[in-house]
Design a protein around this ligand. Structure first.
Ligand code: FES
Length: 100
């Protein structure tokens, strides 16, 4: 049986802004958030891509993560939030089509 699933992607901003006093996701640990999310998705075997992106324009509230396409944002993400985040996302990974 072949299953097609909605192509969901979790986007993690890893941008580090150049100016010394400019807040940015990359300057607040988002590379580690990206790594932990990739690990969590792999462990849970979720049909979810986790990718790095350069800036949502929410720099002051980073690290910023967004479920794409068109999903919600998470701001000021910390490692302790990742398991609940994946718990929230897992039921959204809807099976669109099954073929025998
Ligand atoms: S640096 Fe992450 S949203 Fe701009």
């Amino acid at each position: 049986m072949t299953e097609k699933r909605l192509s969901n992607t979790l986007l993690v901003c890893t941008h580090r802004r150049g100016a010394p006093n400019s807040p940015s996701c990359g300057g607040r640990g988002s590379h580690e958030i990206l790594r932990l999310l990739q690990e969590g998705v792999r462990e849970r075997r979720l049909a979810l891509n986790v990718e790095s992106i350069v800036c949502f324009g929410h720099c002051a509230d980073g690290p910023t993560v967004r479920l794409a396409p068109g999903g919600r944002f998470w701001h000021q993400v910390q490692a302790s939030q990742l398991a609940p985040m994946l718990d929230e996302i897992a039921p959204m990974l809807v099976c669109l089509e099954k073929t025998a």
